[in-house]
Each structure stands twice: as C-alpha cells, then as structure tokens.
Write a protein that binds this ligand. Structure first.
Ligand code: PLP
Length: 287
C-alpha cells in the first residue's frame, strides 16, 4: 500500500504524523471520503470543491492547488493499482505546539489513503437496514456547521456508539429543534405517496455528494422531490426510507425505532434510484 504524505509517496509504516499535529491534538482539519469506480474518481470536482470550501471556512491553507490535489489523487490510485476503492483525503492544520493557536502550524499536512472498502453486507442492500433515532443532536450552524467536513467527528461517533448499542447499522440524528437531520455518516431521504423528501442542509446536515447525485437522478426520472424539514413521525409513516453516502451509496431502511417502514424491504423508488446510481458511478468520473 502506498500513501501520499505531504508530497511523498510512502509505505503504510512510513506514513506517520507528529503527535504535535493539530489534527491529532484538536481535530483541527478537514477530510473527504471519495470513491473510485473502474479507475474513475466519482464526482472528483464536487469532493475537491467541498474540501476547499471547508478549508476556506476554517481558514486553513491547503498547500496544493485543486489541480495538484487531483493529480495527487490520480497518482495515489495508480500506485496502489486499485481501480475500485475508497479514497480518504485528509488535510490537517499541521504540526504546531500544544497551544491551540493555528498560527503555530505553518504548513497543513496532506494525506491520501486509498483502500478497499468494507461496506454493509449484500443482505442489507436487499432487505434494508434497521435503524434507530438517537438523542445526540446534530450541531447547530452557529457552533460548528455540519456543512464543514471537519475532523471533529465525535458527535457522529457518539451516534455510531448509540447505533452499536442498539445493534443497528446506522442511526438518525435530529437537530436541536427535533427535525430529522441525517445519519452518522449518511444523508436521509423518505418517500411518501410518490414524493421524495430530504431535509435541507440548514437543518444540520452535510451537503452530501451522493445526496446531490440522487436528487439529480430523482429529477431526471420525473419524481416529485421536496427539500423540506420533517420529523420522526414522518419517517415512521413513510412508504420508504433510505440513506445515501459515499461509502454506503444508496441503502434502504426497513425499520426505524421498531416501526417497520412500508413493506419492510427496499421499496420501488429506492430500488430504482439504487439501480440508476449504479449506472452513473462508472461513467461520471475523472480518470
Ligand atoms: N453526512 C455525514 C455526516 C457524512 O460524514 C457523510 C459522508 O461523507 C455524508 C452525510 C454523506 O455525504 P457524501 O455523499 O458526500 O459522502
């Protein structure tokens, strides 16, 4: 395995960062999870745009242009000879001292890891996931805006712990007002009477790239699509519920807090969108 670390291609053993890196000390940094399908980087520009927007928002200077970053991604994939995989791109504030002042970190650390992806079992894609809602509130925008894909994932990890305790694959986070926001690492959609709903991101969700791709497909195939706030009640009584995310792609939900959703299997709209998504991943990428 070859890892990109600050301009060098190194082995896994050599890929180490300082204990003074503020990504480690404070979670001060940002990241992207990106898929490679058949040698193509899926939605590369969208991921890099989001990364550079996150960087701008937290005043982090990425020492590479977007073009240079794309080249580094392509080269890392090439060196790993992994045409189908998952890329983790991390930019941390870099090495500083124990104080949290980012001015003590002169250069950001850039890391690119390419790996095979361990996703949900095939059974989960056929029958849907069981899920629960959790008490951990999604951060509100005047704290750390969830649109920033930062290295501060503790909130999401607490959600994942609650999902683990309930023995389910993913959990649903609400915002402070009780509106449904998203999963621990996925966006959420519901389908009711033929209309597809997803919460607007101001509710407290990441602007998911898979979410955007699914919204585009939904419009292309003539579904009625509404980006509007909804509650857990709406989720319980939905005909279909599904999650979207780079790692999970599109995955149906068959149960939420003990309520069976629709027929208790992946519904027709979810199945259709899953199929159409599988078709675009191979054509809609950067080689
Ligand atoms: N929401 C959160 C909190 C995430 O971490 C992710 C994963 O990246 C998503 C949603 C899905 O976003 P995307 O489709 O861009 O992977």
């Amino acid at each position: 395995q070859v890892i990109y670390l600050n301009g060098k291609y190194v082995t896994k053993e050599e890929a180490v960062v300082s204990v003074y890196d503020h990504g480690f000390l404070y979670g001060d940094g940002i990241f992207e999870g990106i898929r490679v399908y058949g040698g193509n980087i899926f939605k590369c520009r969208e991921h890099l745009d989001r990364l550079y927007d996150s960087a701008k928002s937290i005043m982090l200077d990425i020492p590479l242009t977007q073009e240079e970053m794309e080249q580094a991604l392509i080269e890392t994939i090439r060196l790993n000879a992994l045409p189908d995989g998952y890329i983790r791109l991390i930019v941390s504030r870099g090495t500083g001292n124990l104080g949290l002042d980012p001015r003590r970190c002169p250069v950001a650390s850039v890391i690119i890891i390419v790996e095979q992806l361990a996703i949900y079992p095939v059974e989960a894609y056929l029958n849907g996931l069981k899920t629960v809602s959790v008490s951990t509130a999604r951060n509100i925008p005047n704290a750390l805006n969830p649109k920033i894909k930062s290295l501060n994932y503790l909130n999401n990890i607490l959600v994942k712990i609650q999902a683990n305790l309930a023995d389910v694959g993913e959990a649903i986070m609400l915002n402070a007002q009780g509106y449904v926001a998203e999963g621990s690492s996925d966006n959420i959609f519901i389908v009711k009477k033929g209309t597809i709903y997803t919460p607007p991101c101001y509710i407290g969700a990441l602007e998911g790239i898979t979410r955007a791709a699914i919204m585009e497909l939904a419009e292309q195939y003539g579904y009625k699509l509404k980006e509007e706030p909804f509650t857990l009640h709406d989720v319980y009584v939905a005909d279909e519920v599904f999650f979207t995310g780079t790692a999970a792609e599109v995955i149906a939900v068959r149960e939420v807090d003990g309520r069976v959703i629709g027929s208790g299997q992946a519904g027709p709209v979810t199945t259709h969108l899953m199929e159409e998504f599988r078709k675009i991943v191979f054509v809609d990428g950067v080689q």
